[in-house]
Design a protein around this ligand. Structure first.
Ligand code: BDR
Ligand code: CA
Length: 314
């Protein structure tokens, strides 16, 4: 099966994404690395470890990465959307991790897992791209060991943290630009426009809550996140953002992609953190690097795929 590493800042939708990978037999989850984002690094790391324990995956190593962005620390308070502890105030109800945190940091774990793998590995970054930028900058030779990067981030026609910037890109635009625009590693970008198409409603969440032990627990982590999305969507439901990207990492081709030049705005102006996706038929000058942008999917199939995996988990 596909070998996969997840880089994450859990986060309610990160929790769903981790559980999806942890319960999918067709992928080999080699490791999880953590980054600041929805909540500070100590909390995202503790959450990732407890979530893997919940999924019965104490075989998966976890290493902590960046506690702050590469260059510029935004003064604006991060998070809030996912509750005080990143999991709607319920993080401490999850089982304590029995596996110790790795001594090495995220970049070191990424390097050793990639080096040890006998085939190229997919990486799914579902938080700010700080760890991945640091990896590519410090270890240029490692690129050949990465099959592709499938990241949740950016927007084609919209933002969420600002009018034009999506959270993962906004949280570290320089890192995002390094990975998306300034590198050569194959990259699939799963933007807000698509993740919002795949939003789930109270019926879906009710089925999850009435399912097996894993699904029941995951549903209890959604309350604060769901309260936020009730206002965003205008109905009781939530957006699975990170789980949509991980679904593509697990089942390549599940999302329909189109190739466009993409660049990331790293200016200090109002467009900071924006992904500029150049959809002109005939660009007069190259604007950014060509990446695969996920634009479409069979929405019901995607929702059913995620539900069936999480509902079946013990
Ligand atoms: C992204 O931001 C975070 O809040 C979510 O976990 C997801 O990775 C969506 O913009
Ligand atoms: Ca995330």
């Amino acid at each position: 099966g596909t070998k996969l590493i997840i880089d994450t800042d859990p986060g309610v939708d990160d929790a769903f994404a981790i559980a999806l990978a942890a319960t999918s037999a067709e992928v080999e989850l080699l490791g999880v690395t953590t980054v600041f984002g929805n909540v500070p690094l100590a909390r995202t790391t503790a959450n990732a470890r407890r979530l893997l324990q919940l999924c019965g995956r104490s075989d998966v190593p976890v290493a902590a990465g960046a506690a702050r962005p590469l260059v510029y620390q935004a003064t604006r308070r991060l998070g809030g959307v996912h509750g005080s502890d990143g999991l709607s105030g319920r993080a401490d109800t999850l089982p304590e991790a029995t596996r110790p945190l790795e001594d090495s940091d995220a970049v070191s774990l990424l390097v050793s897992l990639l080096d040890a793998a006998d085939e190229p590995v997919a990486i799914a970054p579902i938080g700010p791209l700080t760890n991945i930028a640091a990896l590519l900058a410090a270890h240029p030779g490692i690129r050949s060991k990465i099959s592709r990067i499938v990241l949740m981030g950016g927007g084609v026609a919209r933002g969420n943290t600002t009018a034009v910037a999506e959270f993962n890109i906004w949280a570290d635009p320089e890192a995002a630009r390094r990975v998306i625009t300034e590198d050569e590693v194959p990259c699939v970008m799963v933007p807000l426009d698509l993740t919002h198409q795949c939003a789930v409603d109270d019926v879906w969440l009710g089925k999850l809550g009435g399912s097996g032990p894993l699904g029941r627990t995951l549903e209890t982590l959604t309350s604060d996140y769901r309260a936020h999305y009730r206002r965003v969507l205008g109905y009781d439901g939530m957006v699975l953002h990170d789980a949509v990207a991980v679904a593509e990492a697990i089942r390549p081709g599940l999302l329909h992609t189109e190739t466009y030049p993409v660049t990331v705005d790293t200016s200090a102006g109002p467009a900071r953190g924006m992904t500029l996706v150049d959809r002109r038929a005939v660009p007069l000058e190259a604007a950014g690097r060509e990446v695969e942008v996920a634009v479409d999917t069979d929405v019901d199939e995607l929702r059913n795929f995620v539900l069936s995996r999480l509902a079946g988990g013990r």
